[in-house]
Design a protein around this ligand. Structure first.
Ligand code: PXL
Length: 279
């Protein structure tokens, strides 16, 4: 069985980070080893959330895993709580990167041009160094701009602007850079990416649902990781992730009991498996 390691927080309520990654990647038939970086009562979009910092556990967990000789088909990181955590995650990359596996970094730290509570521009710069060690990075437009230190052009930034961001992100060093949440001229919403080795752009859009849900970046990155480890190409794994995420947002939008702080990804897991098994 394939196995990945994912390093991010546990938000007890909010269906993001590990509470999205673990069920989604496991459902795709991939063992999902987790490194919880913190335990929060909710994600940080709520007021007065609790935060149990687990930074001191990161090094002992890595040491123990190394002593046992564990290997991983991918290492996927999402929300990280501090610059120190980013440095400790770089040690995981050094310890577990092989010629045959891939590092996926989703620099989850901002949306709509604003950093999440608790982060500053220095943190964003540090996140860009983590991205430089990745094979594939998955920022949204806000995260891309914050890592590059350029002004935020808004969610409706045109393709030309996003392509410029991609070229600058590519200079950080990842093999494939992808910006998510891109609005296309035909009215669709999706991703625009750039393969550095072949110097080529690629893109994909799905129906734009008039609803913004929290945690969709984590759902996208998790489905992408699961599909990639299931031997889909980067481009096809990204399409699966986009189709699944779109279905999750649509499901949430159509749910009369929806909550704004979480996305209904569970209901669409059967659809995700159809996408993966139908290859
Ligand atoms: O979905 C990204 C995310 C993950 N983890 C925590 C968050 C957020 C976004 O707000 O607060 C703790």
């Amino acid at each position: 069985m394939k196995r990945i390691a994912t390093i991010q927080d546990i938000s007890c309520i909010g269906k993001c980070s590990l509470t999205a990654a673990l069920p989604i990647i496991s459902a795709m038939g991939v063992e999902t080893a987790i490194v919880p970086t913190a335990v929060l009562s909710t994600h940080t979009q709520f007021q007065n959330f609790t935060f149990r910092d687990l930074t001191d556990d990161l090094e002992p967990i890595r040491n123990h895993w190394q002593s046992q000789g564990f290997v991983f088909d991918a290492i996927y990181t999402g929300y990280l709580g501090s610059e120190r955590q980013i440095a400790l995650v770089e040690d995981y990359f050094k310890a577990f990167k092989t010629e045959n596996n891939r590092i996926i970094v989703d620099p989850a730290m901002a949306d709509n041009g604003k950093l999440y509570t608790g982060f500053d521009t220095h943190f964003a710069k540090k996140m860009s160094t983590l991205c430089s060690h990745a094979d594939i990075i998955l920022p949204n437009i806000s995260e891309a701009c914050l890592m590059l230190g350029v002004p935020y052009p808004g969610e409706d930034a045109g393709e030309a602007t996003v392509k410029e961001l991609l070229l600058r992100l590519a200079e950080l060093g990842a093999k494939t850079v992808v910006i998510t949440g891109v609005s296309f001229a035909d009215g669709s919403l999706g991703f625009l990416g750039y393969h550095t080795q072949s110097n080529t752009f690629f893109s994909y859009g799905t129906e734009k649902i008039p609803y913004k849900s929290h945690g969709t970046g984590d759902v996208f990155a998790s489905a992408f990781t699961g599909a990639l480890v299931n031997d889909f190409s980067v481009a096809d794994a990204l399409k699966i992730a986009a189709d699944f995420t779109c279905a999750c947002i649509k499901n949430t939008y159509e749910d009369p009991n929806r909550v704004s702080y979480a996305v209904n990804f569970e209901a669409e897991i059967p659809y995700l498996l159809k996408l993966v098994l139908g290859k």
